[in-house]
Design a protein around this ligand. Structure first.
Ligand code: NAD
Ligand code: ZN
Ligand code: ZN
Length: 354
């Protein structure tokens, strides 16, 4: 099978021929159809974070496809079922986090496309207990971005405590942000979308944002304080400055949710204002299997719109470059169904990543 492989950090990915995986006990093998490009995959390929993946590895944790083989003891899914392979690839199931509905905090967890090979491939192996079940009627190319961008922002909106009378500021209207604003609207909130790209803000308007702020042209702190200040701000932009602006945009007792994971791993927040204004700062990491079920359910009922562009896996390096340059609306989703037809040479000629 074809797979796009990170051999060295900050170098172009290489398309390789690899053996189709075989399932061990409790595992399934999935023939992938659609595979989203999350900004996390770029952080992984760049070695941006304190904990780095072991080279070489196959990125991708928004994979959707059909189960083709099941290992011993698997009863949850059968051959032919359509499943999603999210970031949370495995958790122990028995620790205090797993048994309290916080499997995303399990210390034993494995992460798809990071600590285990992921979905930039024609096939992938996964723990049967942690795949998402894609309901009938949900397009696999929509299901792919929902498996990370969707579930992560659905959870972040829950964590923010957003309610119908609230003003919620979404910083960064990319793959995550275009869904975040829809979940905040579904929660009933009034939504301010903040980005540095006019195109992305136009998309935000089309998706239901009540206000937009172009942070490249005006100070989002002033703009949002003019609206009375946000009850909650969700930081999805890959820029520490946006986190600080999100903090400044809050009203008293507001909540700032950290979601983006920029390589520059520090922000500066004032202690005095945090204390005197009763501010909550909270981190939010992806979502549980239950959250993902709810995300798929909302989509099946027509409540969300996934903005996406389908590309072949052979474009992986230029696609990464396009995300970094802010040239993508919503998500790039690779069509990995016919990547065997792609010329391998074309990819190896692409230079180092930006
Ligand atoms: P993306 O590149 O699709 O979107 C980022 C958006 O931020 C873009 O629209 C960009 O124009 C905008 N932006 C950049 N600088 C800005 C600024 N200064 N102010 C406002 N907007 C700005 O990325 P994505 O796939 O949506 O991922 C976003 C981040 O979230 C990444 O760091 C990713 O690793 C992280 N992430 C976290 C989780 C989690 O569970 N916490 C899950 C998935 C992704
Ligand atoms: Zn992701
Ligand atoms: Zn656990």
């Amino acid at each position: 099978m074809k797979a796009a492989v990170v051999r060295q950090f900050k170098q172009a990915l290489v398309i390789e021929d690899r053996p189709i995986p075989t399932p061990g006990p409790g595992e399934v093998v999935v023939r992938l159809e659609a595979s989203g490009l999350c900004h996390t995959d770029i952080h992984a390929a760049h070695g941006d974070w304190p904990v780095k993946p072991t080279l070489p590895f196959v990125p991708g944790h928004e994979g959707v496809g059909l189960v083709t083989a099941i290992g011993a003891g698997v009863t949850r899914v059968s051959e032919g079922d359509r499943v999603a392979l999210p970031w949370l690839g495995y958790a122990c199931g028995t620790c205090e986090y797993c048994v309290s509905g916080w499997e995303t905090l399990c210390l034993q967890q494995q992460n798809t496309g990071y600590s285990i090979d992921g979905c930039y491939a024609e096939y992938a192996k996964a723990s049967a207990s942690y795949v998402g079940i894609v309901p009938p009627g949900v397009d696999p190319f929509d299901a792919a971005p929902l498996s990370c961008a969707g579930v992560t922002t659905y959870k972040a909106v829950k964590v923010s405590g957003a309610r119908s009378s609230d003003l919620v500021a979404i910083f960064g209207i990319g793959g995550l942000g275009h869904l975040a604003l829809q979940y905040a609207k579904i929660a009933g909130a009034t939504v301010v979308a903040v980005d540095i790209s006019a195109d992305k803000l136009a998309m935000a308007k089309r998706l239901g944002a009540d206000y937009t702020v172009n942070a490249a042209e005006e100070d989002p702190v002033l703009a949002i304080q003019r609206l009375g200040g946000a009850h909650a701000a969700i930081a999805l932009a890959v820029a520490p400055q946006a986190f600080e602006q999100a903090f400044g945009s809050l009203r008293r007792k507001g909540t700032l949710v950290f979601v983006a994971l920029p390589a520059d791993n520090a922000v500066s927040l004032p202690i005095f204002e945090t204390v005197l204004q009763g501010i909550t700062v909270v981190g939010s990491i992806v979502g549980t299997r239950k959250d993902l079920n709810e995300v798929f359910e909302l989509h099946a009922r027509g409540r969300t719109t996934v903005i996406r562009e389908t590309r072949q896996l052979s474009t992986v390096n230029e696609s990464i470059d396009d995300v970094l340059r802010g040239r993508v609306s919503g998500r790039i989703v690779f069509d990995v169904r016919d990547s065997s037809a792609q010329p391998v040479r074309q990819l190896q000629e692409v230079g180092a990543l930006a």
